[in-house]
Write a protein that binds this ligand. Structure first.
Ligand code: SF4
Ligand code: SF4
Length: 236
C-alpha cells in the first residue's frame, strides 16, 4: 500500500477509487439480479448466481467438528458436571466467561458453579475453553449459532441454566431438537415484536428497576376523607 506522500494528486482525491469500488459493487449486483431473473424463467441455469443463506430458516450442513453454541454437560443425576476450576475462564482469550464457585453438598466434589455465564457478544468461538476443561464439562458440539436476537447486551449472556438446558434438549431430542427449539423461540419473538407492551422488549436495566420496585413494600392505602360530609359527632 502506498503512503499518502507517494500518492498522485488524483489518488489523493480518492474519487477514482470510490468510483472503482462502486463499479465492482454494481457489476455484481446487476449480474446477480439478471441471473436470478433468468433462473426464475428457467434460463441460464448453468451459470451460478450468488445467494445469501437465510439463517436460521436455511442452514448449511455443518461439519461434525463445527464449533457451535456452548453447553454445560451434566452428570447422570442431571446436575452440572463443572467443578468450577476456572481453567476455561483462564484460557479464554476474550475473557467472556464469568464463574462464581460454591461449595458442593457432596463431600467428594469440591466445588460447583453457583453462576456460570458466557457473554456471546465477546466470545470468538475459538474453542479454547473446551480444550482447557479437564472434565469434559463444557462442549461446543451443538451445531447451532448462539441466539441472534436481543434488546440489551445482557440478552446475549448465556447463563448456567441456559447452557445446562441445551444439554438436556440435545440428550432428549438431538441437535435438530435443539435447533427446532431455537426456531420456535425466534418465531415467538417475531410474533410479539410489534407489541410494545410485552415484557421482553424492556431492556435488562429496565427489568431490574421494575423488579426492585416490585420487591419494595406496598405503600399504605390513603383514606379519602370527604370533607363535604363531616362525621355527625362533629357537626355543629
Ligand atoms: S470459545 Fe473461546 S472466546 Fe468463547 S468462551 Fe470459549 S475460550 Fe472464550
Ligand atoms: S467448565 Fe471445565 S474448565 Fe471450566 S470451570 Fe468448569 S470444570 Fe473448570
Amino acid at each position: 500500500m502506498k503512503r499518502t506522500e507517494e500518492m498522485s494528486f488524483w489518488e489523493r482525491l480518492y474519487i477514482l477509487q470510490v468510483l472503482k469500488g462502486l463499479s465492482v459493487t454494481n457489476y455484481h449486483f446487476i449480474r446477480n439480479l439478471a441471473l436470478h431473473i433468468a433462473h426464475f424463467f428457467g434460463l441460464a441455469k448453468a451459470r451460478r448466481a450468488s445467494v445469501t443463506t437465510q439463517y436460521p430458516e436455511q442452514r448449511k450442513v455443518y461439519a461434525e467438528d463445527y464449533r457451535g453454541s456452548h453447553r454445560l454437560t451434566l452428570r447422570a443425576d442431571g446436575s452440572v458436571r463443572c467443578t468450577s476450576c476456572f481453567l476455561c475462564a483462564t484460557a479464554c482469550p476474550a475473557q467472556c466467561i464469568y464463574i462464581e464457585a460454591g461449595e458442593h453438598p457432596d463431600p467428594h466434589i469440591e466445588k460447583y458453579p453457583l453462576r456460570y455465564e458466557i457473554d456471546t457478544l465477546r466470545c470468538i468461538y475459538c474453542g479454547l475453553c473446551v480444550e482447557a476443561c479437564p472434565c469434559d464439562a463444557i462442549r461446543m458440539d451443538t451445531c447451532v449459532h448462539p441466539r441472534i436476537w436481543g434488546f440489551d447486551r445482557r440478552d446475549f449472556v448465556e447463563t448456567k441454566e441456559t447452557l445446562m438446558h441445551r444439554s438436556r434438549v440435545i440428550a432428549e431430542k438431538g441437535r435438530e431438537g435443539n435447533m427446532n427449539e431455537m426456531m420456535e423461540w425466534y418465531a415467538e419473538q417475531a410474533r410479539e415484536i410489534y407489541n410494545p407492551l410485552r415484557g421482553e422488549l424492556r431492556t435488562y436495566s429496565e427489568r431490574e428497576l421494575l423488579e426492585k420496585r416490585e420487591e419494595q413494600p406496598a405503600e399504605p392505602e390513603l383514606t379519602v376523607i370527604d370533607r363535604r360530609h363531616p362525621p355527625h359527632g362533629n357537626a355543629k
